[in-house]
Design a protein around this ligand. Sequence first.
Ligand code: FES
Length: 176
Amino acid sequence: MLSEQERHEIEAQSHHYPNNRALCIEALKIVQAHRGWVSDEGIADVAEALQMAAAELEGVATFYNMIFRKPVGGHVILLCDSVSCWIMGYDRLREHLHARLGIGLGETTADGCFTLLPNVCLGACDHAPAMMIDSTHYQDLDPAGIDEILTKYQMKEAREEKKEKGEPPDGNSADP
Ligand code: FES
């Protein structure tokens, strides 16, 4: 069953769409924002709320690559694997990410911090190679730039972990 908050947010979005079929991607994104990914139960919950067939929603969720049907890490890296990025160094970046994170495409780091996924063109071809982390775009990438970006995320995770444990911050608060 949808939570009160999920139901409220979907209802708030419903005014921007002509019908439930048009609303369904937004509804799936809302469920994903609250649960981290969209399980079969999440599909069933949205289907019930929008009075749609679960199979139809399943098709939408599978087609739309920003809906995650498996658990993902705290941050999702979408590495562009389309033609401009191939030309501008995709292989080197992919290998660098594999080495730096210890995971391949479609995998999540052991600490649950990152999931690495391939993605079609991110619309930044004139600044290839490009990637996205969560909803933030990064472009004109090289291995050193990737290291810098990932370090910021890892430092942020470490700060949040300290905060959760009630430990004092280390004084560096540069968020990604
Ligand atoms: S091909 Fe990578 S951003 Fe377009």
